[in-house]
Design a protein around this ligand. Sequence first.
Ligand code: GDP
Ligand code: IMO
Ligand code: MG
Length: 425
Amino acid sequence: MPATVVVGTQWGDEGKGKLTDLLAAEMEYVVRYQGGHNAGHRIVVDGEAFALQLVPSGVLYPHLTPVIGNGVVVDPAVLLRELDTLIAKDVDVSRLVVSGNAHLIMPYHQELDRVTERHLGKNALGTTKRGIGPAYADKATRVGLRVQDLLDPKIFQEKLDMALREKNALLSKVYNRLPMKSKEITELYIGELAPRIAPMIGDTVTLLHDALARDERILLEGAQATFLDLDHGTYPFVTSSNPVAGGACTGSGLGPRDISRVVGIAKAYVTRVGAGPFPTELDGELAELLVDRGHEYGTNTGRRRRVGWFDAVMLRQAARLNSLTEIAITKLDVLDTLETIKVCVGYESGGKRFDYPPYHQSTMHDVTPIYEELPGWQSDLSGFTSFDDLPTNARDYITFLSKVTGIKISVVGVGPGRDQFVQPS
Ligand code: GDP
Ligand code: IMO
Ligand code: MG
């Protein structure tokens, strides 16, 4: 049975956790393929909220095997804290498998993330300061430590000491910080964390291919989103991995022909945390209203999210970058009180119209959105269970989004709960 990918199509926080949880009911495996604990995926089941960072959102189903793939960067202390929080809520986490090839986030990665952001001053990217960028940088320069190194104290020590020679010089000579002590890091990673992580470490590539051979179903859960992608996002205001569907292959070890379904996920409007261009961004009262009604504060970092109108230009681009087979729209209910709603259908810059984002950053920073305005429905959608029963203006809004993006919409969220969604026929 070929695999399904869930991928964010905007700048993150589209509701990937909720959609993954929804689709996971029908899956045997849910796999995170990139990112780390910069992600915050919130799921609400029977009124109880779960905020997941590293553990795949399928973990709540007892029948399913959650997998942390090779493309993820893992802070083992954060992983164990998250597992403890889940255990305290009676979630069985014993089936989790972590790829031995995933890279470790080390204490110096977090410190470097913090100091480089400070060093950038007004040009700071607004990262989550979780060490994501520095960990992926070490992976690319081939000096990273991997999860499998936790199983071999000698190799761990050698690699750590080699890394610390460079990191400590950087921290103390460039950033004026105290050097880090090898002994303290080894005591934490090998002494405290490794014994608990060791039983979870495995060969996830073989695990997943064996599952496919048995005709079992795999869901690949993206973190971040298409426009935070290192290659295709609004560089440099991006994360350091490839959230796009192609990243699901490299980050899990499945091949392109192992994937048959790619579900793009988008809010009925747009949000963004951190710096970078945002053509449809709103301010003033309307922004306050959306932030307030949508609870637009980071799931883990608590940062206020910037908000704006739905942007069909981005969605068209996301459709081709990810080979989307469909889109799920979330948070339609957040727009319930609006008299009218705008949708960006194109960009304009220098007298030229763009149906796709311009590749050049200077043009992208300069574009003016071209809007179409639709009437709102001004009623509470949160209790609806059938698409056909929605108010006409709400149905028309969804039909319009499908028309201007050119993609089928398969699910529409009307509240955070697991059951709060409707499905257009
Ligand atoms: P993710 O990072 O893509 O998993 O998204 P987050 O969990 O960071 O942010 C999405 C937020 O929207 C969470 O608080 C969800 O509980 C919430 N949410 C998801 N779908 C809906 C929806 O259809 N309506 C409303 N009101 N909230 C939703
Ligand atoms: P989920 O999976 C929203 C943003 C940060 C920053 C940029 C780089 O919950 O959708 P990083 O720490 O990754 O180096 O930061 O990316 N960012 C996210 N924004 N949702 C996320 O994850 C994000 N993960 C990173 O705010 O702008
Ligand atoms: Mg999130």
